[in-house]
Design a protein around this ligand. Sequence first.
Ligand SMILES: Cc1cc2nc3c(=O)[nH]c(=O)nc-3n(C[C@H](O)[C@H](O)[C@H](O)COP(=O)(O)O)c2cc1C
Length: 356
Amino acid sequence: MNRETLLALIDLARWAPSGDNTQPWRFSIVDDRHLRIYGHDTREHVLYDYQGRASHIAHGALLETLRVAATRFALATSWTVRADPEWRSPVYDVFFVPAPDLPADPLLPYIEKRVVQRRPMRTVRLTPTQRAAIEAAAGDGLIVQCFESLAERIEVASLLWRNARIRLTCPEAFPVHREVIEWRARFSIDRIPEQAVGVDPMTARLMEWVMQSWERVHFFNRYLLGTVIPRVELDFLPAVFCAAHLLLRPAKPPVDPQDWLRLGMSLQRLWLTVTKEGLHLQPELTPVIFRWYARADDRFSSDPALFESALRLAEDFERLAHCGPNEPFFFFCRVGVSSKPFSRSLRLDRERLLRD
Ligand SMILES: Cc1cc2nc3c(=O)[nH]c(=O)nc-3n(C[C@H](O)[C@H](O)[C@H](O)COP(=O)(O)O)c2cc1C
């Protein structure tokens, strides 16, 4: 193996998903069999990166993608991690060893095909084969809870409707929303392009203008029902129009960042499997994140009413999932059949991702 192989691996691995396409990683080639990944998180400026969890999940997805990618070159992968106590900048050392008998992973062709679908999907049910494949990909570490009847999807839609109100009226979330969308774009290398967000073009223009300042957002929300159209288009309709919502619950409570990392690895296997099964997926992580805040009694906003709303939302989410306040949630998403999204996030090019 040589440097070219490592560069080809980086080219594949960079397609791993990350919250808001932040790509919280940079690569360095140590030698021909050794890749170093400098991870970081965005908790200081991204409300949704609660304790760096979303970033750690993404790091796990990246490591799993590398493992799958390496099988293209008949290489076995192992890794170690060194991290500061809060895991703000974990460093992963990834080693590749030739394994001539190692077959290509069946998920390999789906690394570049996997993509978020944020628009409404068809309501055809999951087939027994698709369900079994999802269960198998989740493995022993994850309990998969499925909400698929129309009544359940409407219940989820109303949960997401209320969740979106917290998201859109939270002053602490505003800078995140402003930064993350690349307006008037179909593709974006470091953010989410406008056309992949899921709003119609007129609403997009209005949102672009309103989101220039918090004062405009606040005024629109307060006097002009500013959250209604985005919530219908981004939350309610997609929640109804899909095959099912999946709640992924860890079989054992995660205790440290390494556990979130492992969950991220499972997530990527599951997402690649969903893709292999001809389905699309959209994460719906924010109600899980607000529940993390609520159950840790972590007041995330200067507006105390939003914390109270998050607490009530957590209770309703638990009622829906038939579980108690101490049972951990890992991930929430919807899946379904749809055509390929017309617009998607791309990735930083290799030169920007390489440290040296
Ligand atoms: C931990 C994590 C959380 C995410 N949360 C959301 C979410 O709540 N809503 C959403 O639409 N996409 C979510 N995403 C998807 C990312 O925005 C997406 O992976 C990224 O923009 C790259 O796009 P791609 O997956 O289509 O390549 C999440 C991804 C990860 C890894």
